[in-house]
Design a protein around this ligand. Structure first.
Ligand SMILES: [Zn+2]
Length: 272
C-alpha cells in the first residue's frame, strides 16, 4: 500500500515523509488482507494531550471494507432524553452511562490542585514550563480527561453499532443548538452524554453497512398522541415533569419517551 511518500510496509511499520520509518499498532487485519487493492489518501498525524501519537489515513478501495448486512426489515425511532440516554420505539431503554458522574469529583479535585500549583509557581516567579510539579499535575489531569473521553466514545460506538446492525432504518430528532442552549442545564448534559457524536456515528455507520439513517424535525414529537394524532397544546401541554400521560382524545395511556420515539419513527417513515 503506498501513496507517493506514504507507505505501509506491513501491519506494524509505515513510512511517513520527514519522520521516516515508524512502528505502530492498531491496523484492522481485515484491511491487510486486501492491501494490493487499497489506495492511501490524506494522511494526518495527531498528538493528544497526554502525548500519544495517532496516524489517520483515508483509504480507498474498489471493494467495500465492511461486508453489507442482510436486510432484516426492522425500523426504529429513537428519542434522546435526559431521564435515560435513549428510548426507542420498541420501548427499549438505554440508561445514561454513569462513568462521568463517578469520575467528576476526581476531575474537579485534580483541576483545583493544578490551579494551586500554577499559583505557587507564579508566586515564586517560575515559568509553568519549568515547574515540575505543575507539569506532573497537568499530565495527570489530561490522563483523567482522556479516560472519560474514551469511555464515552466506547459507549457511543457500542450503542450506534447495535442500532445500525439491528435495523434497516433508524430515525432520530435533529438536535437544535438554539433550543438546547435556552436551558443551560439541558445543554450541559447534552454535551455530557454526547448525542451529537452519536448522530454522527449513526450517519457514517449507516453508509458503511448499507442502512438508512434519518433525522427529522423535533416539533411536537413529544406532545402528539402516537395512537390518534391528538396534539397536547395550551394548558394541556406536557411539561418535562410529565413522564406518563393519558390522551384526552382517545384515552390511551402513554409513557412519554416511548410515545415520542414512536412519533419520531412515524415522521421518518412519512418522509420516505
Ligand atoms: Zn390519542
Amino acid at each position: 500500500m503506498r501513496n507517493g511518500s506514504v507507505r505501509l510496509n506491513d501491519s506494524h511499520h509505515l513510512r511517513l515523509p520527514k519522520l521516516g520509518r515508524l512502528r505502530f499498532k492498531g491496523l484492522p487485519s481485515k484491511i491487510l488482507d486486501q492491501t494490493d487493492d487499497i489506495r492511501i489518501g490524506t494522511t494526518t498525524v495527531l498528538m493528544d494531550a497526554v502525548g500519544h501519537y495517532f496516524v489517520s489515513m483515508q483509504l480507498g478501495s474498489e471493494y467495500p471494507f465492511v461486508s453489507e448486512q442482510s436486510v432484516i426489515k426492522s425500523k426504529v425511532g429513537i428519542d434522546l432524553n435526559l431521564t435515560n440516554f435513549l428510548t426507542d420505539s420498541n420501548d427499549q431503554v438505554i440508561d445514561n452511562p454513569h462513568y462521568y458522574r463517578t469520575i467528576r469529583g476526581k476531575l474537579a479535585k485534580a483541576q483545583r490542585k493544578l490551579s494551586r500549583r500554577a499559583r505557587r509557581a507564579k508566586k515564586s516567579q517560575r515559568r509553568l514550563s519549568a515547574s515540575k510539579n505543575y507539569q506532573k499535575q497537568r499530565l495527570l489531569l489530561a490522563k483523567l480527561q482522556l479516560k472519560v473521553a474514551n469511555q464515552r466514545k466506547n459507549f457511543l460506538h457500542h450503542v450506534s453499532t447495535a442500532l445500525i446492525k439491528n435495523h434497516d432504518l433508524v430515525v432520530a430528532e435533529e438536535l437544535r443548538g438554539k433550543n438546547m442552549l435556552r436551558n443551560h442545564a439541558l445543554a450541559m448534559s447534552i454535551s455530557d452524554v454526547g448525542w451529537r457524536t452519536l448522530l454522527g456515528m449513526l450517519a457514517y455507520k449507516a453508509d458503511l453497512y448499507g442502512r438508512k439513517f434519518l433525522t427529522i424535525d423535533p416539533r411536537n414529537t413529544t406532545q402528539t398522541c402516537s395512537d390518534c394524532g391528538h396534539v397536547m397544546a395550551g394548558k394541556n401541554k406536557l411539561t418535562l415533569a410529565d413522564r406518563k400521560w393519558t390522551c384526552p382524545n382517545c384515552g390511551v395511556f402513554h409513557v412519554r419517551d416511548h410515545n415520542a420515539a414512536k412519533n419520531i419513527l412515524a415522521k421518518g417513515l412519512a418522509t420516505l
